[in-house]
Write a protein that binds this ligand. Structure first.
Ligand code: SF4
Length: 359
């Protein structure tokens, strides 16, 4: 993944962001055509596999337990129901499934074992599997990689300077460490941000600078517009103008020519024309389906119609990288062996000939 050497300082990026809009879009469109097929847009689905009850305090998030948003919490979905949802998403044209769990961090427990099984099962369906599970260590990243995880999502959300106005329960450095752990395990990195949280334009550019400073920038950079939810500290934030989202997509595209820029939350507030400008400016993916974790999103049918009108084609899975090869997971294999041994024991016990005592 490379960065654009012409825009690797805060000043040059800021000047780029503030360019006359159509010039900015034209420059982004030109770069996009050099590195990507401009007609291809990946349809991805986002599935909340564990909803709400999170101990963190991200100011935009209705899943934080401390905010009273009326969100109904759900414990971890079963592996079978995830497979069913994945098949449904695939049938509707999605080539990537992103599974999100509202956890502060991954814990080595049976829920994580189930997630490992989910990853393996969805990879077996020939879909790119992405997870967003909070912070994780290197060993956990390795387990996910061996299960067939294609990408790990961990957003920096905003600039290092503005971060403390958004989240206080963990540090920016913690986030960078998780990204590093995913990288070391050989998982592709998906990391981006949210605009419209009251930040300055300098903070949007500051977010991009954080990626510029990485040894390898993210393979995927999702750009979200805040969907202000009642009950969260950001409930009163006014929606941003769609032009800001277009600028952010275009600036990101130019700064990171090889990465996939993902137009994510906030599309419901955009016109089709606004979205078309984002595709022109280099957005290479959208989330399909009527929900993004817990926030509203356009329906599958609306997006199909938009693709037809704009002449876009859904991008196939693994167009940007090989399908991960899965390895048996020692913990799950041991559990299976234990379960098989127990079943055998029970079977043998039930066939014990009854002892007859003769008095
Ligand atoms: S964004 Fe993630 S970590 Fe933050 S409160 Fe929501 S679920 Fe928890």
């Amino acid at each position: 993944m490379k960065v654009n050497p012409n825009y690797n300082t805060k000043e040059t990026l800021l000047a780029l962001y503030n360019k006359p809009l159509l010039e900015l879009v034209f420059e982004a469109a030109t770069i996009h055509r050099q590195y990507h097929n401009p007609r291809e847009v990946q349809m991805s689905s986002l599935l909340s596999i564990k909803t709400g009850g999170c101990s963190e305090d991200c100011g935009y998030c209705p899943q934080a337990a401390r905010y009273n948003t009326g969100l109904e919490a759900h414990k971890l979905m079963t592996v079978d129901s995830v497979i069913e949802q994945a098949k449904n998403a695939k049938a509707n044209g999605s080539s990537r499934l992103c599974m999100g769990a509202a956890w502060r961090e991954v814990r080595d427990n049976k829920d994580f074992d189930s997630v490992v099984e989910m990853v393996q099962a969805v990879n077996d369906l020939d879909m790119e599997v992405c997870c967003t599970l909070g912070m994780m260590n290197e060993d956990q990243a390795k387990r996910l990689k061996n299960a067939g995880l294609f990408a790990y999502n961990h957003n920096l959300d905003t600039s290092k300077d503005y971060y403390k106005d958004v989240i206080s329960t963990r540090e920016y450095e913690d986030r960078l460490q998780t990204i590093e752990n995913a990288r070391k395990a050989g998982i592709t990195v998906c990391s981006g941000g949210i605009i419209g949280m009251g930040e300055a334009i300098e903070d949007r550019v500051g977010l991009l600078m954080s990626y510029m400073e990485m040894e390898t920038p993210p393979d995927s950079i999702p750009i979200n517009a805040l969907v202000a939810i009642e009950g969260t500290p950001m409930e009163d934030q006014k929606p941003i103008e769609q032009w800001e989202l277009i600028r952010m997509v275009a600036t990101t595209r130019i700064a990171f020519p090889e990465s996939v820029v993902r137009l994510s939350a906030g599309r419901t507030k955009m016109s089709m024309e606004g979205q078309a400008l984002c595709f022109m400016a280099g957005a290479g993916s959208i989330f399909a389906g009527d929900k993004l974790l817990t926030t509203p999103n356009p329906e599958f049918n609306e997006d199909k119609e938009m693709f037809d009108i704009l002449g876009l084609i859904p991008k196939q899975a693994f167009a940007d990288g090989e399908k991960p090869v899965t390895q048996p997971d020692p913990i799950i294999e041991a559990k299976k062996e234990q379960a098989a041994a127990r079943a055998k024991e029970l079977e043998e016990a039930s066939f014990q000939p009854r002892k007859i005592t003769v008095e």
